[in-house]
Design a protein around this ligand. Structure first.
Ligand SMILES: [Zn+2]
Ligand SMILES: [Zn+2]
Length: 160
């Protein structure tokens, strides 16, 4: 038995964070990682202290809920608020980022985006990531990681 892989570990973190989402349309979670350390996380929800979609309904304009800040933005803004550099960082997000988040991710200097599920992947976002040399990689989270036996001297194997 091996320890779980880093990409599974950080993606699981993003799914856990997504459970705090207050938007009833989609629950998204994001985690920013540098040197295998989590430096910030976010979920899609209203501004702090604002009305939640869960209580007041979504605020739909042109087919989008405008009440919420997206998970990726919330994670980046947490870095802005507390002064953590996002340059060369990695992002783990449960769903493929929208155009606005895509541009912010690039501009924040994030170099790799791991995403759990395809979600209306916009061709322009794909193109911008390519242009900016941001690697995107799909990492499907395996639920098996939560169903593990403790390590024993018999089942342990070295992991990288
Ligand atoms: Zn909403
Ligand atoms: Zn977005």
């Amino acid at each position: 038995m091996q320890r779980i892989a880093w990409d599974q570990f950080f993606m699981a973190q993003s799914y856990l964070i997504s459970t705090r989402s207050t938007c009833t349309r989609l629950m998204v979670g994001a985690t920013i990682v540098r040197d295998k350390r989590i430096i910030a996380s976010g979920y899609n929800g209203s501004i702090a202290g604002g009305d939640h979609c869960t209580e007041h309904g979504c605020y739909i304009v042109d087919g989008h809920c405008i009440r919420t800040i997206h998970a990726e933005m919330n994670a980046i803004l947490q870095c802005a608020k507390f002064g953590a550099s996002t340059d060369n960082a990695e992002l783990y997000v449960t769903h493929f980022p929208c155009i606005s988040c895509c541009k912010s991710i690039i501009q924040a200097g994030i170099k790799t985006v791991y995403y759990g599920e395809d979600y209306k992947n916009h061709p322009y976002a794909v193109e911008l990531f390519e242009q900016a040399n941001v690697t995107t990689k799909k990492v499907e989270m395996s639920k098996d990681i939560f169903d593990r036996e403790p390590f024993t001297s018999e089942n342990i194997t070295e992991a990288k």
